[in-house]
Design a binder for this molecule. Structure first.
Ligand code: UT7
Length: 323
């Protein structure tokens, strides 16, 4: 048993290829003005044809291990949150485990779409606090561009690829204070890829193999739900809005992020924003944003950080920590 699980290192990786709003203007009937005003996105990174989710995850994982001062042999749990695994099976976590040479420990994927990293963090925290693991690699990684319909202007401007990782270790000091995970499957049709394995794999090659979203409805539920989970998280820890040093939100839309910051009474200077540079990278977005702000020196040891996400399912969740 361990009192706390604490992040000891962060890492991330973005594919080299960049797709700007101007590039998209040449692909579909859209404009930089519309994308910027409605979403805050300016550009996103796209995996090359021979680059997989595991490739992105591996670089992010190695960077997080290096930051934590750990080697793969010390890892005793690997969880990857992804919606875009390399294979139907084995899990991308198993593929990564083999590359790292960390064999023997449990390795599995978690599917909670954009909330995946928060889910994976919550699961890893429970492994560590129960004494089942001491040094976990928790990753959000996506080659999301693979399930984007590049002829659908209502979705193709939103998403990007990337990976973020953390090393989570047993600790006597905080650490994660709490994680809060939720889902409501009644909303499944508002944001989904309508086909899967048991539902007719042959449909995968067509439009049903791509993301479909009723954006406006998702937007409204996301704003309300994230407002509620912020309150739930603070109440569970007896904290006030003013106790939060940094908000690291899921990066779907700057307007959703601003609404959550307003609810917290937080100046946008205390909110980590990467949506302009990365677009929505689904499960990778929170750990990518976290690593960005840790590496540029904004988030410092001892500060209180609130992470939250919302995505398909619907799923939503939060994690609050002393970094
Ligand atoms: O990460 C998982 C969770 N996902 C989200 O949180 C995404 C939530 N939703 C959103 O971020 C926003 O709803 C969008 C950015 C997807 C859309 O913004 P919106 O302000 O809700 O726009 P809308 O869907 O209401 O569309 C407004 C107009 C429509 O035209 P009409 O019907 O008013 O003539 C669309 O056809 O904008 C049009 N439109 C576009 N125009 C130019 C939709 N996409 C585009 C586009 N370029 N790319």
């Amino acid at each position: 048993m361990s009192d706390y699980a604490r992040i000891t290192g962060t890492g991330s990786f973005l594919p080299e290829k960049v797709l700007t709003n101007q590039d998209l203007e040449r692909m579909v009937d859209t404009s930089d003005k519309w994308i910027s005003e409605r979403t805050g996105i300016k550009k996103r990174h796209i995996a090359s044809d021979d680059e997989t989710t595991c490739d992105l995850a591996e670089v992010a994982a190695r960077r997080a291990l290096e930051a934590a001062g750990r080697v793969p042999a010390e890892v005793d749990l690997i969880i990857i949150a992804t919606t875009t695994p390399d294979k139907i099976f084995p899990s991308t976590a198993c593929l990564l485990q083999a590359r790292l040479g960390a064999q023997g420990c449990p390795a599995f994927d978690v599917q909670a779409v954009c909330t995946g990293f928060i889910y994976a963090l919550g699961i890893a925290e429970k492994f560590i606090r129960s004494g089942s693991a001491h040094c976990a690699l928790v990753i959000g990684a996506e080659a999301f561009s693979r399930i984007v319909d590049w002829s659908d202007r209502s979705t193709c401007v939103l998403f990007g690829d990337g990976a973020g990782a953390v090393v989570l270790e047993a600790s006597d000091e905080p650490g994660l204070l709490s994680t809060h995970l939720h889902a409501d499957g009644r909303y499944q049709h508002l944001l989904h890829v309508p086909c899967g394995v048991s539902d007719g794999l042959e449909k995968l090659a067509g439009k049903e193999g791509k993301v479909q979203m009723r954006g406006n409805e998702v937007f409204r539920v996301a704003v309300n739900t994230l407002g509620r989970i912020v309150d739930e998280t603070l109440e569970a820890n007896g904290l006030q809005h003013s106790d939060i040093d940094w908000l690291v939100p899921h990066q779907a839309n700057i307007r959703i992020i601003q609404a959550t910051a307003r609810k917290l009474g937080m100046n946008m200077e205390r909110v980590v924003v990467t949506v302009d540079q990365h677009g929505n990278t689904s499960a990778a977005s929170v750990p990518l944003a976290l690593d960005t702000a840790v590496r540029d020196g904004r988030i410092r040891r001892g500060e209180t950080v609130l992470m939250e996400a919302f995505g398909g399912g619907f799923t939503w969740g939060s994690a609050i920590m002393r970094f």
